[in-house]
Design a protein around this ligand. Structure first.
Ligand code: IPM
Ligand code: MG
Length: 362
């Protein structure tokens, strides 16, 4: 197969971790007989440095010409980076929001899995995570508060800021359908998270999700308020299968869920539209504090590449080969510093990438 893949290396540790994922993709290509055309795409600070803006229209057009996009991470340290002296709409994060909207990537899948080999890194008490957990956060990604009108103005001499939170029923329905479809292939439970005791947008969310649920009698639906969900994630994460939620709640809960696994450097994610196209990226951020040191964990990015092969190209065997290689490397005791524990072998970014490549087989 000939695959055209967009590559956003981005900022911070982005270039280092993407280099390892590309290395693994190349190895998969050799072993399974695929060829790639990589299209480099500039986003975030890397684009500001070249073009003065975090995303250009040319880059959007280039991304659209690809079958899928692999991304590292964007953004810098807001206390010191010159990117954050720019107006908010020209900062790195604005580029990310813009590309999500331009490519209509409304469905963001963020798995949070407790890996057996990494149980020690989980910050929860063992009795709470006995048997492990495996949940999927489905975050709505192109609506809500992050895309509403916003303004800061003086009202009667008092500085006042306003951000609008809007959802229409179609936006809610399409993400709900995705969540139920995915739950059907998992443990058949959807927890829809909202703040329906306060917000109108949440009451509409609940109503539409209930309508969609009628088409999935085999899937159990429960509703949970977002504050309670934040608590339940640390109290009993095993209760969850698919968590379906709106943009901001999903942003917050997905960071919490990934931290609870103890290994954010291991978690992949996918942002999908209603075609086979997707943007695949690690759940973690750009970690500017460790950028360039060769110690970042590239596994989440490598697993994101596996997710890309599976979701956008239906190359399940190839995706399995990557996931198996990652498991082997962990079983053999190799660790990057973020997941290091006593008695294991600590290696750097490029070395763990090499070890994974060596274990890719048909
Ligand atoms: C994420 C990030 C982004 C978001 C930021 C960088 C705009 O936190 O992907 O979760 O809030 O969506
Ligand atoms: Mg976030």
């Amino acid at each position: 197969m000939e695959l055209k893949i967009g590559v956003i290396r981005g900022d911070g540790i982005g270039p280092e971790i993407v280099a390892e994922a590309v290395k693994v993709l190349d190895k998969v290509g050799q072993v399974f007989g695929h060829t790639y055309t990589y299209q480099e795409l500039l986003l975030g600070g890397a684009s500001i440095d070249v073009h003065g803006v975090p995303l250009t229209d040319e880059t959007i057009a280039d991304a659209k010409s690809c079958d899928a996009v692999l991304m590292g991470s964007i953004g810098g340290d807001a206390r010191v980076s010159p990117w954050y002296k720019l107006e908010p709409g020209k900062r790195p994060e604005a580029g990310l929001l813009k590309i999500r909207k331009a490519l209509n990537l409304f469905a963001n899948l963020r798995p949070a899995v407790l890996y057996d080999e990494l149980k020690g890194a989980c910050p929860l008490k063992e009795e709470l995570t006995e048997g492990g957990f495996d949940l999927m956060i489905m975050r709505e990604l192109t609506g809500g508060l992050y895309f509403g009108n916003r303004k800061t103005e003086e009202v009667n001499g008092v500085l006042t800021a306003c951000d609008e939170l809007t959802y229409n029923e179609n936006e809610i329905r399409r993400i709900a359908v995705r969540a139920f479809d995915i739950a059907r292939k998992r443990r058949k439970k959807v927890t829809s998270v909202d703040k329906a005791n306060v917000l109108d947008s949440s009451r509409l969310w609940r109503k539409v999700v209930e309508e969609v649920a009628k088409d999935y009698p085999d899937v159990t639906l429960e509703h949970m308020l977002v504050d309670n969900c934040a608590m339940q994630l640390v109290k009993n994460p095993k209760q969850f299968d698919v968590i379906l939620t709106e943009n901001m709640f999903g942003d917050i809960l997905s960071d919490e869920a990934s931290m609870v696994t103890g290994s954010i450097g291991m978690l992949a994610s996918a942002s999908l539209n209603d075609t086979k196209f997707g943007l695949y990226e690690p759940s973690g951020g750009s970690a500017p504090d460790i950028a360039g040191k060769g110690i970042a964990n590239p596994i989440a990015t490598i697993l994101s590449a596996a997710m890309m092969l599976r979701f956008s190209f239906d190359l399940d065997k190839e995706a399995d080969a990557i996931e198996d290689a990652v498991s082997k490397v962990l079983e053999e005791g190799y660790r990057t510093i973020d997941i290091m524990s006593e008695g294991k072998t600590q290696v750097g970014t490029a070395k763990i990438g090499d070890l994974i490549c060596e274990r890719i087989e048909r």
